[in-house]
Design a protein around this ligand. Sequence first.
Ligand SMILES: C[S@@+](CC[C@H](N)C(=O)[O-])C[C@H]1O[C@@H](n2cnc3c(N)ncnc32)[C@H](O)[C@@H]1O
Length: 279
Amino acid sequence: MQRSGPFVIGDRVQLTDTKGRKYTVLLVEGAEFFTHHGAVRHDDLIGTPEGSIVTSSGEAHYLALRPLLTDYVLSMPRGAQVIYPKDAAQIVHEGDMFPGARVLEAGAGSGALTCSLLRAVGPEGRVLSYEIREDHAEHAERNVRTFYGEHPENWDLRVADLAETSVEALGGQVDRVVLDMLAPWECLPTVSEVLVPGGVLVVYVATTTQMSDVVEALRRQECWTEPRAWESINRGWHVVGLAVRPEHRIQGHTAFLVTARRLAEGVTTLKPRRRAGKH
Ligand SMILES: C[S@@+](CC[C@H](N)C(=O)[O-])C[C@H]1O[C@@H](n2cnc3c(N)ncnc32)[C@H](O)[C@@H]1O
């Protein structure tokens, strides 16, 4: 997939109108993109640099850029709710997804997080995605394939229940695990088997009750560092002259994140030392 340079046939181009509305066009020689203000000729885009302005036959102007991963994820067709870019960024960074890592994720859902994980692990790494629902796996396959232009060689998508996998089925232990599903605690026995000592688990849950259930389940397992739980809130700002203030609309809530690291075999969680007489 072309990532820079002038637009070529087959490129996905994002056109933004003067009101900020975005449209995605797949460049085909001789084709036209029809808008409320006439047609934009694909041939006017082919060979022009990114960041150019094209004009439709009805004299409307459009800024042409290749969509970023965040643009793509927010506009792609969905089967299941996607992980939003602000949370994907936290997962990649706080989950320490490094180039060359073997990452296991479930469920693949619409494949949004998968796109970020594949980019983070790079060609030397591997992403193994489990998805229990065939229809959701089809969405994930189509979305990832569209973004990368083909099915990435280092991506395994399996239609199966993560709770039933094993080290043998995965071809060895993994370095990182990400869970985004309704009942992640049901997969913890499997995850604790397949994750290497020191490996990072990241869990993404939408509600406080799920967060509480998963944190308590991790503590009960006694093979994890003390779980860390947080939420990231991203507030855009309006910055025009003296009018510098938060945007009127913000995305109030997406989900909570929980991370913990796998302890070595046979080691149990450190208990805080209590002094006699203290509670
Ligand atoms: C919210 S979606 C995941 C979205 C995905 N992370 C994304 O960014 O597009 C949750 C998915 O988990 C799948 N799922 C639930 N339990 C599962 C399990 N035990 N094993 C595999 N997939 C599971 C569901 O079918 C659903 O598609």
